[in-house]
Design a protein around this ligand. Structure first.
Ligand SMILES: Nc1ncnc2c1ncn2[C@@H]1O[C@H](COP(=O)(O)OP(=O)(O)O)[C@@H](O)[C@H]1O
Ligand SMILES: [Mg+2]
Length: 262
């Protein structure tokens, strides 16, 4: 039976030897949402998503993807979830098209070259399709990586730190890609160390700290827990919008337009 929950995790525990990384993690991810799993470096984000993707076994607790138990039916879970790792799985020697076609053949999808062509188009990589991936920018490479993870049409896509190491422009490209994924109905769970990334993308935010989810809720719920920002005034060049508001006479708010200064 289909429910509105794409991922359900309860009391999940995992240690590496003496190191208790997950100490009873509870998390639910709504179908079709973007959920950000926030946590510092070493918090256990990768450990958690590797358990969800059946690459690692938990010591205790349950994890369920689309109502299928990760531990008892890993094969069925793998058909529904893809994990894009922190370190891109792209083969630099192959072209973008070849990378996609290779994954399509490995996953036994029909018409692998057509699938590759469609994904290249969807991710804005058609022009670069026949260049070696080694020549791609960071953002293009990450987009290709995400495109590769969509082959076989998983209902849940997990992106482990999709923008770590990217420059600001590439980060924006990846954000747009993630938004487009969710808009097309895919459930996205992404891990990040950046609050700003969660703010930009996520409907739901969960903070992993010392082995547990310490905060879980909508972005508004989580933001309400943070003390209000202190307001600082900084000198900056006017944006086009400021200029537009000034020249159209609409900009009457703010200290720089009160007429008492300058
Ligand atoms: N295979 C492993 N063996 C031993 N310790 C590990 C292993 N993988 C991760 N760790 C440790 O577990 C903790 C959590 O790691 P990880 O899940 O990668 O965190 P994150 O992805 O949030 O940075 C870290 O202290 C890390 O060093
Ligand atoms: Mg990690």
């Amino acid at each position: 039976m289909a429910t509105d929950t794409a991922i359900r995790v309860a009391s999940l525990a995992k240690s590496y030897g003496e190191l208790e990384v997950l100490r009873g993690v509870d998390l639910t991810v709504a179908r079709g949402s973007i959920t950000a799993l926030l946590g510092a470096n070493g918090a256990g984000k990768t450990t958690l998503v590797r358990i969800l993707a059946t690459l690692l076994r938990a010591d205790a607790g349950v994890a369920v993807i689309d109502d299928i138990d990760v531990a008892s039916e890993p094969g069925r879970v793998r058909e529904r979830i893809s994990l894009t790792g922190q370190f891109a799985a792209v083969d630099e020697i192959l072209t973008g098209r070849e990378n996609l076609a290779l994954v399509a053949r490995l996953r036994h999808v029909e018409a692998p070259r057509d699938v590759a062509a469609r994904l290249l188009e969807r991710f804005g990589l058609t022009e670069a399709a026949d260049r070696r991936a080694g020549t791609y920018s960071g953002g293009m490479r990450r987009r290709l990586d995400i495109a590769m993870s969509l082959i076989g049409e998983p209902s849940v896509v997990v992106l482990d730190e999709p923008t770590t190491g990217l420059d600001p422009h590439a980060r924006l490209e990846v954000w747009d890609t993630v938004r487009a994924l969710a808009a097309a109905g895919t459930t996205v769970l992404l891990t990040t160390q950046y609050l700003e990334e969660a703010e930009q993308l996520a409907h739901q935010v969960a903070i992993l700290h010392e082995g547990r989810i310490i905060v879980d809720g909508t972005l508004a719920d989580v933001m309400a827990l943070v003390p209000p920002a202190t307001i600082e005034y900084v000198e900056r060049r006017p944006s086009l919008e400021d200029i537009f508001l000034a020249v159209t006479g609409a900009g009457t708010a703010g200290p720089h337009t009160t007429g008492e200064e300058r």
